[in-house]
Design a protein around this ligand. Structure first.
Ligand code: CP3
Length: 341
């Protein structure tokens, strides 16, 4: 059975395009908040297959998206590397900040063991999802994961990681390459457990200077994709480098991603150019999902008109936010599918 998202990743144009949303399982859904409340901590939710499978399926039941994305987080990798990751209410993610000595002491050997419950969720999901639904695995890109490891928490512009990279280039390169190798193994394990395709999230690519973009975003992601494809030649990979702008053309060529994710700041004229080189995914502003009404309709129509004649996976330009109205999600899916929900 050929699943729609995979058909597009192979270069086909589908009309209507398949659709899923980044962060489609999450706090905007009351049924998510219910499971979240009984799971205990956020990481308990990620590491308990009963819960992780349930919240992954919730948005599929409600909206029949063409893809389900495994419920987990990009920060399970540093957690598996013993960085003491925790998610506290109102603070976002926190962990022990790493220094040069800490990087030298990092050990990637037990990561897949630690993540066995997540891989178990992938296996169960492939069994429980409708046949036609694509199952997506994912991980963070080395740069984005490293920004949290160095600062120990989220920051508005990743100044701590940018500074660290200038001051300690060798240690920083070691960190990125270790993350690339561990993450590639993790993606292969997700594919072997039943993921049909995987996405690499480089949510902080947009804060990098030109030279750093090549060294910290392109190079490690190219290494990961080469590593996954050497071992699983049929693997399909979406790379989302948020804020990369016009560097995306070069990014696709050098990383060899099967599709590139576009954030909402990518002009549709340029997106059409990018689509000539291969499939694109995106790029509705998540705030349109909060606003609804005309803002939602014109945003959808612009994307369908400009990108609908080439290989497109309809998505938001970043994750859906807790303020989004689930009714707007229903309207979005219905409109993208031409009035047939
Ligand atoms: O898309 C999905 O539905 C799958 C699940 C998923 C989550 N995080 C669940 C989550 C995915 C793919 C991610 C990726 C992720 N996590 C990224 C890359 C994509 C992006 O959004 O930029 C990043 C940078 C993280 C790190 C992270 N996790 C942050 C900064 C936060 C706190 C901010 C926030 O939105 O609360 C998280 C927590 C998190 N990850 C939540 C969810 C549903 C909310 C936590 C909760 O429910 O209490």
């Amino acid at each position: 059975m050929r699943r729609k998202v995979i058909q597009v990743l192979e270069g086909e144009t589908l009309s209507p395009p398949p659709i899923w949303l980044m962060r489609q399982a999450g706090r905007y859904l009351p049924e998510y908040r219910q499971v979240r409340a009984k799971a205990g901590s956020f990481l308990d939710l990620c590491y308990t297959p009963d819960h992780a499978v349930e919240v992954t399926l919730q948005p599929i039941r409600r909206f029949a998206f063409d893809a389900a994305i495994l419920f987990s987080d990009i920060l399970v990798i540093p957690d598996a590397m013993k960085r003491n990751v925790r998610f506290t209410e109102g603070h976002g993610p926190e962990m022990d900040p790493i220094d040069v000595d800490g990087i030298a002491g990092l050990d990637g050997d037990r990561v897949l063991e630690h993540l066995a419950p997540v891989l178990e969720s992938v296996r169960r999901l492939r069994g429980e999802l409708p046949q036609e639904t694509t199952l997506l695995g994912f991980c963070g890109a080395p740069w984005t994961v490293a920004t949290y490891m160095i600062a120990g928490h989220g920051t508005p512009d990743q100044a701590p990681a940018r500074l660290f990279a200038y001051r300690h280039p060798k240690a920083f390169e070691d960190l990125l390459m270790l993350l690339a190798d561990v993450s590639a193994d993790y993606l292969v394990a997700q594919i072997d457990a039943g993921a049909d395709a995987v996405q690499i999230f480089d949510s902080w690519a947009g804060v990098l200077g030109e030279r750093e973009f090549q060294a910290f975003a392109v190079k490690p992601v190219a290494r990961m994709i080469a590593s996954v494809k050497a071992r699983r030649p049929k693997a399909k990979i979406i790379a989302f480098a948020k804020g990369a702008g016009y560097l995306l053309k070069d990014y696709r060529q050098k990383t060899k991603a099967d599709a590139i994710g576009l954030d909402w700041s990518v002009p549709l004229d340029f997106a059409v150019e990018l689509q000539k080189d291969g499939p694109v995914q995106g790029n509705l502003d998540p705030m349109r999902m909060v606003a609804g009404g005309v803002a939602l309709e014109e945003g959808i129509d612009d994307i369908l008109q400009r990108l609908g004649n080439g290989p497109l996976i309809f998505n938001l330009g970043h994750g859906i936010t807790p303020q989004a109205d689930p009714e707007n999600v229903r309207l979005l899916v219905e409109r993208v599918r031409g009035g047939r929900a």
